[in-house]
Design a binder for this molecule. Structure first.
Ligand SMILES: [Zn+2]
Length: 574
């Protein structure tokens, strides 16, 4: 817990009111400005010091093997950025995990640190938080997550997206065990962290002044071209919109957490400890792995540039979910509505037959013409869309129907009302629910698999991907705008992100590539449908014989291994 350079300075200026404050006085006041009440951001070590009972803190191991699963290079190689973050913060990663007591109540805490690469969620952060949750399960104590993050870590590509599922299923296990989970949103909490463990906990507290959302304000302003409402995504507005349980001043946080732990103190019977699942063996680094041939036979595709694949995935002639429902399935009966006040046209779902077996099909719907695209919001689901999908997934499990999802979305809806209606929590709940859904789930990335909006339909027993589909933690344009001088670097970003089907097959994120006709799906939709149907049947039929409890166990193993995606050595493991 080294002091940073700024902590050694004697004076600091409040970002709220610009008062010049004596540093020691500010720290005594928990880094809350005595003049205006502005809550300055805290590093994880200081946060822990403020929250837990003196002398009770025990840090959990934080050493993991080196991280660079996709050999990502933008203007700087990723390992350089990691080393700089370590040097400036004195931390191993963007989260610090510990056991401690708060008001004499034991808990496990995972505290994110925004100073470390923007608190971004990568494989190591996902692994450390998952281990913290597993420790809480072993010790039968509550888990407290203090979030501060810009979102998933782009430099680890779609593997960072997988962490949303990995941590969510650990939270699901705590739910099943009747153990309390609490998240405390601190400023800022965005993206993949907001759309998973920041909002799918039992209780969500927001520190005064915190902002939380899935899409950031800059992106929403760019997309909508409008000024944002007063206080947009701020703790007080989140409270008004029903997104958080309470807004808490920093000086009250420790007392409030202690009171919540006391109120929910388990009088549960102890149960025998569940044997811990060992992570799957080490995965090969992408760069070392042999190229994988697409399964399912057919044409051997020429190697295509990632950016060309992005353009094919977005081609307006590419078959949509409704096209496949017509060509691959029979007797589709569309079901509408989230039962909470909306029906989202960007998500379609209902029962259909696949070779005379009934299935629940849920997919994103784009369109071929501008009018269709606008009517379907370009396949970008609103919270109502995610909640409709959730309703249909649960219904499928109750009725014993397998779920087939067709993923084709640029991402979730980057709009003001989507945020106000709880977009992050809606995505988070779908991800968590899919990790425990007791029925077979088969996902196909058919076009664009964009970020958390895609993952909300893609936590599955088997994940297939059409040959010219893409699946990514962020759009190449978005990545280029952040890590390169400008968006014109999108083609380079597309290559660096490893978002093509063969790449993702090598990383184990995708199980099988469904080959497309020689040019692409839009040139021969009938042949594409024929191949997709064959792939669906060959993957779905074996799942039908697996007992539901076993399916869920295997699905969890599938996603648990991504935390260790880049090294099997359990350095620092207990
Ligand atoms: Zn101030």
């Amino acid at each position: 817990m080294t002091a940073t350079a700024s902590e050694e300075q004697l004076w600091s200026r409040c970002v709220g009111c610009a008062s010049l404050l004596y540093r020691k006085r500010l720290r005594r006041n928990l880094d809350v400005c005595p003049e205006c009440g502005e809550h300055a951001r805290l590093g994880a070590p200081e946060r822990l010091r403020q929250l837990v009972d003196p002398g009770s803190l025990r840090l959990l191991p934080d050493q993991l093997p080196e991280t660079d699963p996709i050999d990502f290079v933008d203007v700087l190689p990723y390992p350089h950025r990691l080393s700089a973050a370590r040097a400036s913060t004195g931390l191993a990663e963007a989260v610090v995990c510990a056991t401690a007591t708060i008001g004499a109540h034991p808990a496990v805490l995972a505290v994110m640190d925004f100073r470390f690469l923007g608190g971004s969620l990568g494989c190591a952060v996902g692994e450390l938080i998952t281990r913290a949750a597993e420790r809480a399960l072993d010790d039968r104590v509550p888990l407290i997550l203090i979030t501060a993050s810009g979102g998933a870590r782009m430099q680890e590509g779609v593997l960072s997206l997988m962490q949303m599922a990995t941590v969510s299923q650990a939270i699901a296990a705590l739910r099943e065990a009747g153990l309390l989970t609490v998240s405390v949103l601190t400023d800022p909490t965005y993206g993949g962290v907001a759309a998973s463990f920041a909002t799918n906990t039992d209780l969500v507290l927001a520190e005064s002044g915190a902002r939380m959302g899935f899409a950031g304000p800059r992106v929403i302003r760019q997309v909508t071209g409008r000024a944002l409402p007063e206080g947009f995504q701020s703790a007080d507005v989140l409270l008004r919109h029903g997104q958080v349980d309470m807004v808490v001043q920093r000086r009250s946080l420790r007392g409030r957490l202690g009171a919540l732990l006391a109120a929910t103190r388990a009088t549960r019977p102890a149960r025998p400890p569940v044997p811990r699942q060992e992570p799957a063996p080490r995965r090969e680094r992408l760069a070392d792995a042999a190229p994988a041939a697409p399964a399912g036979g057919g044409d051997t595709p020429a190697v295509r540039d990632a950016w060309d694949t992005v353009r094919l995935a977005r081609h307006p002639g590419r078959p949509t979910t409704l096209d496949y429902l017509d060509s691959v399935f029979d007797g589709f009966l569309e079901l509408h509505g989230d039962r909470l006040g909306g029906d989202c046209p960007a998500v379609v779902g209902g029962v259909a037959r696949l070779a005379d077996r009934h299935v629940m099909v849920i997919g994103h719907q784009k369109g071929h013409t501008t009018a269709e695209l606008v009517a379907r919001n370009f396949g970008m689901a609103s919270p109502a869309g995610h909640r409709k999908a959730l309703r249909l997934m649960r219904l499928a499990a109750r009725l014993g129907l397998p779920v087939v999802t067709l993923v084709d979305t640029p991402g979730a809806d980057p709009g003001v009302s989507a945020e106000e209606q709880g977009q992050a929590a809606a995505i988070a709940e779908n991800i968590l629910t899919l990790t425990v859904l007791p029925t077979p789930v088969l996902a196909v990335i058919t076009g664009e698999g964009g970020s958390g909006g895609a993952l909300a339909l893609a936590v599955a027993d088997r994940v297939l991907m059409l040959e010219n589909a893409v699946y990514s933690v962020i759009s190449p344009e978005g990545c280029a705008a952040i890590l390169w001088p400008d968006r014109s670097a999108a083609p380079q970003a597309a290559r660096a992100l490893r978002l093509t089907a063969p790449d993702l097959c090598r990383l184990g994120v995708v199980d099988e590539v469904v080959p497309e006709p020689t040019t692409a799906a839009h040139d021969d939709p009938a042949e594409t449908a024929h191949r997709l149907r064959a792939a669906l049947l060959s993957n779905l039929l074996p799942l039908l014989d697996v007992p539901p409890a076993m399916l869920v166990r295997l699905r969890r193993q599938r996603f648990r291994r991504f935390g260790m995606a880049r090294g099997g050595a359990r350095a620092g493991a207990r």
